[in-house]
Design a protein around this ligand. Structure first.
Ligand SMILES: [Zn+2]
Length: 483
């Protein structure tokens, strides 16, 4: 089979190997005619083998060249080959000529439940982030946790995010955790679920160990073959309360940390985010608790010795510049973290403060800060910034063997990006184009674990109309209940 001009360029998917398009073959045609305006359910094309043909492929493998006119072959949830003129007779074929294929974006820290409180933190005394989310979070039940996860997943997929890290700190009962997990499982996204205490949990009260042990023991119910993974959202050894640092009792932080480390699970902890929490990384280092299995969230005011300790230990850092700037934490030390060789991920953190799940916005700010703080236009290239949003982000979650780059053996988490939008013209270096100009409407296909979850504007698994109605009704009720 060749990649010859058979179908118009605006027809992305075709399946009939004799090139006779049937109605089903045109499911993800861009600018579909009325006859092809399908419901999300009808557009849910399910196959376990795809051949994405004729694309420009940005693999995000370190040092790899950009591949022109290449095919990506996906089978049984994995990438099996990337090359020219791949023969795969049984595969459903996607015509990606004129498009860019790259790994899906990787979010590394997101309190998914706060997505249901999007834009409600308005920088006023009454509705500052901590006051508002504290007040409304108490009103959440398991249903709200699930709905928030679905809304977050829908927005993530729309923006080309294929992995999220749900840092779940509103687990008010075992059912709250299961609610959030049900949303993630049903959404099709790849996710790390970090089990954390609520923000109102007293610091002398450990995590619900028995519930966590049950969840871990029965993880097969949630994992979907590894798509969902489990970790601990740890409070660390120094917590912040009312703008002052509080020492978490030894027995509590040890018990919580043991839940993860006894099971070989990853740990994520907010540290050095505000003035009150400065010195947290230093304390973790003194206690010899840092390690490759630990992700530090924010690290905004980490000092030189703390950055050196992070580098020595192999711990990663998750940055969320939009929320860090907006909530007044400060300016993340991107240049110093980079100089030290620390693995960095980018994060949405909370739509209550930052709005849309636009990870490219975070990457643009990270690049801007890296260059501004180094007073050097060349300090961070667009490709470096995109690596933080893909390969490095996956590494910061310990998922670099699975996601974050395109190579045979990796899970098929990828996006197909059109290049004909006005904001993408004229064509430039693909990484630069994507970082600066890509919008959700330009993302033609989002595939997670070998399943297409977005095709030409339609979410295939999530019923957008039902989700919208549910979100509006639930958010109105939350506001009413909270007075
Ligand atoms: Zn956070």
């Amino acid at each position: 089979m060749t990649n010859g001009a058979i179908f118009p360029i605006d027809k992305l998917l075709y399946q009939d190997r004799r090139f006779t398009p049937s109605r089903r073959d045109l499911l993800i045609g861009v600018g579909a005619t009325t006859a092809l305006s399908l419901s999300p359910a009808a557009a849910n094309s399910v196959s376990d083998e795809y051949l994405i043909q004729g694309a420009t492929v940005l693999t995000m493998v370190p040092g790899a060249a950009i591949l022109v006119d290449h095919d990506v072959h996906v089978r049984n949830r994995r990438i099996v080959a990337i090359g020219k003129n791949i023969i795969a007779p049984a595969a459903t074929r996607l015509d990606a000529r004129g498009s860019i294929v790259m790994p899906g974006l990787v979010d590394t820290h997101w309190h998914l439940w706060t997505t249901l409180l999007r834009n409600l933190a308005d920088n006023s005394d009454a509705n500052g982030y901590f006051a508002m989310t504290g007040r409304l979070g108490r009103r959440f039940g398991p249903k709200e946790m699930r709905l928030a996860a679905m809304l977050a997943a829908a927005d993530a997929l729309d923006h080309g995010i294929t992995t999220v890290h749900d840092w779940c700190h509103n687990i008010r009962s075992p059912a709250h955790a299961r609610g959030a997990l049900a949303g993630l499982r049903d959404s099709g996204l790849r996710a790390r679920f970090s089990y954390g205490a609520t923000r109102q949990t007293p610091f002398d009260q450990p995590l619900a160990a028995a519930d966590f042990a049950r969840l871990h023991a029965g993880w097969g119910e949630w994992s979907d073959g590894g798509r969902l993974s489990l970790g601990i959202g740890w409070r660390g050894v120094m917590a912040t309360m009312d703008d002052r640092a509080v020492a978490v009792p030894d027995a509590v932080w040890r018990a919580d940390l043991k839940l993860a480390r006894d099971r070989g699970l990853p740990v994520s902890v907010h540290a050095n985010n505000s003035a009150a929490n400065s010195g947290h990384v230093r304390r973790l280092d003194e206690l010899r608790l840092l390690g490759r299995d630990m992700q530090i969230v924010h690290a905004v005011n980490a000092e030189a010795d703390e950055i050196a300790a992070l580098a020595r230990s192999g711990a990663s850092v998750s940055l969320a510049p939009s929320s860090e700037l907006t909530v007044g934490f400060g300016v993340p030390p991107v240049a110093a973290l980079r100089r030290a060789g620390i693995v960095i991920g980018a994060s949405i953190d909370t739509p209550a403060l930052v709005g849309a799940a636009d990870l490219l916005r975070e990457l643009r700010i990270i690049q801007g800060l890296a260059n501004a703080l180094a007073a050097d236009e060349m300090a961070m290239t667009p490709l470096d910034a995109l690596a933080i949003g893909t390969r490095e982000g996956a590494a910061s979650l310990g998922l670099d063997g699975v996601a974050g780059s395109l190579a045979p053996g990796k899970c098929a988490d990828l996006i197909v990006v059109r290049r004909d939008a006005l904001s993408l013209l004229p064509h430039a270096d693909p990484a630069t184009m994507i970082l600066r100009s890509l919008r959700p409407a330009d993302i033609r296909v989002v595939m997670v674990d070998g399943t297409i979850l977005k095709q030409d504007g339609l979410l295939t698994k999530i019923d957008r109309a039902a989700l919208t109605a549910d979100v509006l009704e639930t958010s109105a009720r939350l506001a009413r209940d909270a007075g």
